[in-house]
Ligand binder design. Structure first.
Ligand SMILES: Nc1ncnc2c1ncn2[C@@H]1O[C@H](COP(=O)(O)OP(=O)(O)O)[C@@H](O)[C@H]1O
Ligand SMILES: [Mg+2]
Length: 259
């Protein structure tokens, strides 16, 4: 990908669930090394946008490009999203609980010998490299053979982010990654997002914690009832002003007529 190709470009995306118009005329561009804080009240459409992006379901209308490649909905899926360069961490227990860590790094993309056998030695080697250099799990008693269910919530997020960084994801999508975490673990996740930025990658980060979002984002994209209603770069707004701005939407002060 060249420096100036956007990691993501969404053009006129619409999504209906039956009669519910969940996304309305979404136009969103994420730069190749941009961290976007996607914010908005419950039901604003944030997760719906992310699910379209990550191949959970297609939009009703519109198109999008990942690192300049147009996504073809006919063969787009969660697995295909990896190939396009999208990585995400699902809130549910998507990491195989009883699997050793090294296996987890290769879900959906095994390193195989020419005949198709899994190259365990090679996979462990790569997993070890990711843990040391990408995630920085050094001397914490966690090895590539540790079971996933021994990891804390923050460490799991770290594994997923490390996987994304190693496999050169263009865009890492995190939908409320810190909801169930302790403060210490939240700190780890925020540090991972800083690493995404340093690694030259892009991220869409969704959270209700404005202080966290403010810290890591380059730009805030605000959604309200299915629409993007504002895009504000960090230089242009203080945390306090952002909070007040959002409160306006939360209280319905910025009501719009949809006729
Ligand atoms: N699978 C679904 N089926 C029907 N309605 C849905 C589905 N997913 C989301 N919605 C509706 O779409 C709207 C946006 O939801 P969502 O994207 O989850 O919002 P957010 O993540 O911002 O809280 C809500 O009105 C929600 O009820
Ligand atoms: Mg959501």
């Amino acid at each position: 990908m060249s420096e100036n190709t956007a990691a993501l470009q969404m053009i006129n995306i619409e999504k209906y669930f039956g009669l519910v118009h969940a996304l309305r005329n979404i136009n969103l561009e994420v730069g190749s090394n941009e961290i976007i804080g996607l914010i908005g009240d419950n039901g604003a459409g944030k997760s719906t946008l992310v699910k379209i992006l990550t191949g959970v379901f297609p939009p009703t209308q519109g198109e999008f490009y990942i690192a300049g490649r147009k996504v073809n909905y006919k063969n787009y899926s969660v697995k295909r999203a990896h190939e396009y360069g999208i990585e995400t961490v699902y809130q549910d227990k998507s990491l195989g609980e009883k699997q050793p860590l090294w296996r987890n790094f290769f879900i959906g993309r095994q390193v195989t010998y020419p005949l198709g056998f899994i190259n365990v030695k090679k996979e462990k080697e790569i997993a070890r490299e990711i843990m040391l250099n990408t995630i920085g799990f050094r001397g914490r008693g966690i090895t590539v053979d540790s079971k996933v269910n021994k990891l804390s919530g923050g460490e799991r997020q770290g594994v997923a982010i490390g996987r994304a960084m190693h496999f050169e994801a263009e865009l890492i999508v995190l939908d409320e990654p810190t909801v169930a975490l302790s403060l210490k673990e939240v700190r780890k996740v925020l540090n991972f997002v800083h690493k995404i930025k340093e690694a030259g990658k892009a991220c869409v980060y969704i959270s209700h914690d404005m202080q966290d979002v403010y810290e890591i984002s380059d730009r805030f994209v605000i959604m309200d009832r299915g629409e993007i209603v504002a895009s504000i770069t960090k230089q242009d707004i203080s945390l306090k002003a952002l909070d007040e701005f959002l409160l306006g939407y939360a209280q319905g002060l910025k009501d719009k007529e949809h006729s």
